[in-house]
Design a protein around this ligand. Structure first.
Ligand code: NAD
Length: 470
């Protein structure tokens, strides 16, 4: 039994009497009130994290890993209430690769992070010299997150930080504070006091964290624009920074695929979380020889995917999380239409309905420089661009200033690998898109950020290498 085994007990444990009202983006109903944190609250949280850090580090890696596993158990015991809250606040459906999946990923990431081998290693041992590298805790880690996968991304930040002996201060997105408050509440039921802290609020509260002299590292996931501010704000503290920023991932289909076989994979590569995913496929390049086949197969899949209120079990696609994001998608789809592109499905939202629903939209015969291709839509509208040679497709895929994910779809692995080797991206998936795995490093190039998360490589980013020579 968990103390948070009902939705009401979980919600009541985190909501404030006054503060910021959070509404369900599918219905407009109030979900709860989140505390409106202040820069002073942030200072206090950083001080608490600092006070707790030395003892946390002294516990040792084995004990800390046990506590990460206990945190995974606590999340599993409260999984259904957590998923319900996430669905109400973020809008994502319970089913499909959405709310229940996200809560499952939180415990899976904690377990995986606790199971990795230590990154400590011997560099030279030749009889004369013995040099070893030990990865030591940095101190206090600040973690600032977005609203699309609020719980899972928080765990991506906090799990490796805690494992390496740091304490953490979280600042979740002002659009999804309740989900992260609830997650932290559940994890804190097993952690010592002061180790994991959270302050909710807007960008000013985020800036109070990133500009603080009291942090040693900042994990930031969000837009490229805010990422630039984060780098500036850490100039005085010289806090290290990991940046997971925006993307505009290209998928390239080669001419040897079976369109029907890959259609569902292409669909979910683009539409996971209703397109609100950093490493989702945001533009699809298809050779002219099989263009119509691929487009038809995608339309067939798209037509059958139910979109609606997250708590209704049949839905697998939901609303945009907020009005700002709805307006971005709406503007970009209008730009596609204005540019003469052909809308195959969707494209016409019902502006009078409650909720920020934008219908699943597929757009064909679109130019590579149309804004729906060149800008990050972060929503359920996929442009499908025709190409004639593979070199042309690679050039178009690499033409933007971001490089998070990418994918190549082919029946011939060698051909796919050859194309993958020419793509500028942190990850290239073959015959899939966006499949993240806690064991495999994940990060971006160009304006998609720097540093990697996950796996042993990710652990190294939450520590400093201490060489002992002799
Ligand atoms: P955002 O940059 O608007 O906000 C992210 C966070 O930064 C929020 O918590 C916000 O309060 C905070 N913030 C805002 N101004 C700040 C400041 N001056 N100082 C410190 N903190 C500040 O991003 P968003 O709209 O929440 O997220 C969507 C973006 O995130 C998309 O571009 C998406 O691609 C990207 N993203 C990237 C990844 C990845 O792993 N690369 C994952 C998810 C989302």
């Amino acid at each position: 039994m968990s103390q948070f085994d009902t939705y009401d007990s979980l919600l009541n444990s985190i909501v404030a009497e006054s503060g910021d009202e959070v509404k369900n983006p599918a219905t407009g109903e109030v979900v709860g009130i989140a505390p409106a944190g202040t820069p002073e609250d942030m200072e206090q949280a950083i001080a608490r994290a600092r006070d707790a850090q030395k003892d946390w580090a002294k516990l040792g890696e084995e004990k800390r890993n046990e506590l990460l596993l206990a945190a995974a158990d606590a999340i599993e015991a409260a999984a259904e209430p957590l998923a319900e809250l996430l669905s109400r606040e973020q809008g994502k459906p319970l089913n499909g690769p959405n709310a229940r999946f996200e809560v499952g990923a939180c415990s899976a990431w904690l377990r995986a992070t606790a199971s990795f081998e230590s990154p400590d290693h011997t560099v030279v041992e030749d009889g004369e010299t013995t040099a070893k590298v030990f990865y030591r805790p940095l101190g206090v880690v600040g973690a600032i997150g977005p609203w699309n996968w609020p719980m899972m991304i928080s765990v991506w930040q906090l799990a490796p930080a805690l494992r390496m002996g740091n304490t953490v201060v979280m600042k979740p997105s002002e659009y999804t504070p309740l989900s992260v408050l609830a997650l932290v509440k559940v994890i804190n039921s097993v952690l010592p006091e002061g180790v994991l802290n959270i302050v909710t609020g807007d960008g000013k509260v985020g800036a109070a964290l990133s500009t603080s002299q009291g942090i040693d590292k900042l994990m930031f996931t969000g837009s490229t624009e805010t990422g630039r501010k984060i780098v500036e704000s850490t100039a005085a503290s010289l806090a290290r920074v990991t940046l997971e920023l925006g993307g505009n991932d290209a998928g390239i289909v080669l001419d040897d695929v079976n369109a029907k076989e890959i259609a569902e994979g292409l669909f979910w590569g683009a539409f996971i979380n209703t397109g609100q995913t950093c490493a989702a496929m945001k533009r699809l390049y298809v050779p002219e020889s099989i263009y119509d086949e691929v487009v038809d197969a995608l339309v067939e899949v798209a037509k059958n995917m139910p979109m609606g209120v997250g708590l209704e079990e049949e839905n697998v696609l939901g609303p945009l999380q907020n009005k700002q994001q709805f307006d971005i998608v709406d503007k970009l789809v209008k730009a596609a239409k204005d540019g003469g592109a052909r809308v195959l499905v969707g494209g016409e939202p019902d502006y009078d309905q409650p909720g920020y629903f934008f219908p699943t939209t597929l757009v064909a015969d679109i130019d590579n420089d149309n804004p729906l291709v060149a800008e990050e839509q972060f929503g359920p509208a996929l442009p499908i661009i025709k190409y004639s040679t593979v070199d042309e497709a690679i050039e178009m895929a690499n033409s933007l200033d971001v490089g998070l994910g990418s994918s190549v779809w082919s029946a011939d692995r060698e051909r796919a690998l050859e194309v993958a080797s020419q793509l500028e991206a942190g990850t290239t998936w073959i015959n899939a898109h966006g499949n993240v795995d806690p064991r495999i490093p994940f990060g971006g190039t160009k304006n998609s950020g720097y540093g990697v998360e996950f796996g042993v490589e990710g652990l190294k980013g939450l520590a400093y290498p201490h060489v002992v020579n002799g």
